[in-house]
Design a binder for this molecule. Sequence first.
Ligand code: FAD
Length: 170
Amino acid sequence: GGAAVGSSSSSEPPKVIPKGVVLGKDGKPCRTCNSGADFAAWTSQAKSSLKAPARKASSISKDCPPDVAALGQSSWTLLHSIAATYPTTPTTTEQSDIKSFMKLFSKLYPCWVCAEDFQHYIQKKEVRAGSRDEFGNWLCEAHNEVNKKLGKATFDCSKWEERWRTGWKD
Ligand code: FAD
């Protein structure tokens, strides 16, 4: 692949960014917006041009800050678990709370490219929160939208509760 060249300043690492690496709003590669491998490729390249020893992608360990996939898996676990414990007959307050939460979640999500797409999705397909079943299915469809965007298989939403609440039927 090619490389996009960012602006340069004497005190910062060289900004020859490998193609496909997503930058943060600060103009630097964003760890939570990229795979660990892409991020490591950038840091090792930046460090080697500063004549410092590079870390291999394989040295990424479990107690490092999350990349886009680790953040995603943890976030979906939290969101589907919220759906699993959402009331079957929510009060008006509970319904408005979950809608506010999803709206804020989509604003605060730490991968800004993911966040922008998710905000658009919520504008297009308003959060349905009339019951656990409704919210669980809405969330499953939202997750499938991301699956499709990433070229992953979609999930059968009739199974969301088995996956996230009851466990698989034998
Ligand atoms: P994940 O997609 O993380 O799913 C975890 C588990 O959930 C799966 O193993 C499966 O058992 C179950 N599951 C899968 N689909 C569904 C479903 N529809 N309903 C219920 N359960 C399901 N990554 C990007 O690279 N670009 C993005 O723009 C992006 N946007 C994101 C937006 C949001 C709001 C979130 C939370 C994450 C986003 N991600 C994005 C991360 C991405 O969705 C995945 O989390 C990441 O690619 C890791 O995928 P995975 O295959 O491990 O499984």
